[in-house]
Ligand binder design. Structure first.
Ligand code: NAP
Length: 274
């Protein structure tokens, strides 16, 4: 049987790394891409086929596509995983900050997908998995930029699914909290992009920062990244994968509540929870 090949973005840590490792164990040929050369080298030393791909750069996407074509004639799947959170109140998000958030989480994922579609069309088959989030259908305070990028991902994925021919499967995964570096990176992004001191939300930011650094509290509710990898494998092996998959209890609960509660009741619940 022919070995299945997958391209994954954002493999330096977290869900990307766990999925690359799991799929490799399952016999997949994995192009485990990272945006930094040092991480590419680390992965190569661990035996992964890895090369550079920074989805916020069109040039990097083009180079990576050339690399894919050089290495294989048949790509089975693309996992659009790369992403990060820029936390902060809506009032504190500059146009530039929103651009940074969207460049990676959405423009990059769509540009990469569009660059791979001709190959999938030629093959008459292919699979695209988008890593959305529970925040792709429920928005939380101080997470609007991230949430908006994931809502956008849901919209693009839904349209793409209706536009693609039979044989090409488009799927979203919607994880809730997963143990990765996402919060650590979010905290760095917060410090980099948000003017905390001059914000109307300065007091809340102080408390929020404290919470983000209390690892134990946050991690208690989180699934290990490996669980997401297992779900991605399930989707890849399924003959007819569904348009979307919930991952984590949090997502199931929020999905259910969103269907039965009014917006006002959801607001109350989410502001209490956050
Ligand atoms: N963890 C959760 O609770 C959770 C829940 C729902 C959805 N997700 C989604 O899961 C995905 C992976 O996040 P994670 O939780 O595994 O966090 P993570 O450990 O921080 O991993 C994020 C990965 O994305 C990479 N990345 C960031 N910007 C990139 C760019 N411009 N080009 C290429 N790669 C880039 C990071 O590379 P660097 O190391 O170079 O920064 C890293 O490899 C994200 O899309 C996130 O939204 C996570």
């Amino acid at each position: 049987m022919e070995q299945k090949t997958i391209l994954i973005t954002g493999c330096s840590s977290g869900i990307g790394y766990a999925t690359a490792a799991y799929l490799r164990k399952k016999g997949y040929r994995v192009f485990a891409t990272c945006r930094k050369q040092k991480d590419v080298k680390i992965l190569q030393r661990k035996g992964f086929e890895s090369f550079l791909l920074d989805v916020s750069s069109s040039e990097s996407i083009n180079k990576a596509i050339m690399e894919v074509k050089k290495r294989t004639k048949c790509l089975y799947a693309l996992f659009n995983n790369a992403g990060f959170v820029i936390p902060g109140a809506v009032e504190d998000l500059s146009r530039n900050t929103l651009r940074v958030q969207f460049e990676t989480n959405i423009f990059g994922a769509i540009e990469l997908t569009n660059s791979i579609m001709p190959l999938f069309r030629k093959q008459k088959k292919g699979r695209i998995i988008f890593n959305s989030s529970v925040l792709g259908f429920v928005s939380a305070p101080y997470k609007s930029a991230y949430s908006a990028s994931k809502y956008a991902m849901e919209a693009f994925s839904d349209s793409l699914r209706l536009e693609t021919p039979i044989g090409i499967h488009v799927t979203l995964i919607e994880p809730g909290p997963v143990k990765t570096k996402i919060d650590e990176n979010a905290l760095n992004n917060f410090k980099k992009y948000i003017d905390q001191k001059n914000s109307a939300h300065a007091d809340i930011y102080k408390k929020h920062l404290l919470r983000l650094s209390e690892e134990k509290l946050v991690n208690f509710f989180r699934l290990p990244a490996h669980k997401v990898a297992v779900k991605v494998y399930y989707i890849l092996e399924h003959t007819k994968p569904r348009p979307r998959y919930y991952i984590t209890i949090t997502t199931y609960i929020m999905g259910y509540l969103k269907r039965i509660l009014s917006s006002r009741m959801m607001d109350r619940l989410i502001s209490r929870a956050s």
